[in-house]
Design a protein around this ligand. Structure first.
Ligand code: DC
Length: 226
């Protein structure tokens, strides 16, 4: 068994990445790193400053004033801090998703976060989820998983999640936003969402949580020899 290993999980939103990665991290006793939360924190800052997230020059000019930190509670939950303020809940607001997607298309924003992401994986075993983890951030990851599901299934899952959080939205609205974000995330020039050549493709459309978790655990244990 390797001392330190890394698992990269990429895929579109709503494929189940964060729920599954968090459960797997707990099972394997490793750290779950949610990189989307970092882009969301930048998106939140840009929104609070009243900056247009598509105005790359203005977003880049704001980067030096952005201080992002993260820590983990005992149950493995990742907390995000923006300038020392805990923004873990706020960054989940639906309007922040589009801000995160826009700012994440800017190469300087990606470079700003990449070293932070890599340094965590150098120090401890991680399961890191995002859009470009297996392709760009951790190209040498021990296991690469590309998680996907039919967009209609993903929209239904996201709709339920929003309902549970008390910020409901209609199915049509969720579906339309999801399609738009999929398009933006996979058609940008820098680090677009795509499977790494050596990624294991996992379709969760017809799998429930336990089924997906067990499948991924088998794949990971098989690869890192746990
Ligand atoms: O996973 P999420 O929905 O929290 O991510 C929010 C946005 O951040 C998503 O639309 C694309 C972007 N993102 C990215 O470009 N690269 C990552 N590694 C993670 C997220």
């Amino acid at each position: 068994m390797k001392k330190i290993y890394s698992v990269a999980v990429d895929g579109p939103s709503g494929a189940g990445k964060s729920t599954l990665a968090k459960a797997i991290a707990r099972e394997l006793g490793i750290v779950y790193v949610d990189t989307g939360a970092m882009y969301r924190s930048i998106g939140l800052h840009i929104r609070e400053k009243g900056i247009d997230p598509q105005d790359a020059a203005a977003v880049i000019a704001a980067l030096p004033e952005i201080h992002i930190d993260m820590d983990y509670s005992d149950d493995g939950t990742q907390h995000m801090y923006l300038g020392g303020r805990d923004v873990s809940t706020e960054i989940r607001l639906p309007e922040i998703s589009m801000y995160a997607s826009h700012v994440s298309a800017i190469p300087q924003v990606r470079a700003f976060l990449m070293e932070m992401q890599r340094s965590i994986a150098r120090e401890k075993s991680v399961i890191m989820d995002g859009r470009d983890i297996g392709t760009v951030v951790l190209p040498d990851a021990d296991v690469k998983i590309f998680l996907f599901a039919d967009v209609k299934v993903r929209a239904l899952r996201r709709m339920k999640e929003l309902e549970e959080r008390g910020t409901p939205k209609s199915y049509d609205e969720v579906l339309q936003e999801m399609e738009q974000r999929d398009y933006q995330d996979s058609h940008r020039e820098t680090a677009p969402l795509r499977p790494a050549d050596d990624a294991i493709m996992v379709d969760t459309s017809d799998l429930d949580f336990a089924g997906s978790r067990d499948l991924l655990l088998d794949v990971i244990k098989g690869s890192v020899g746990q």
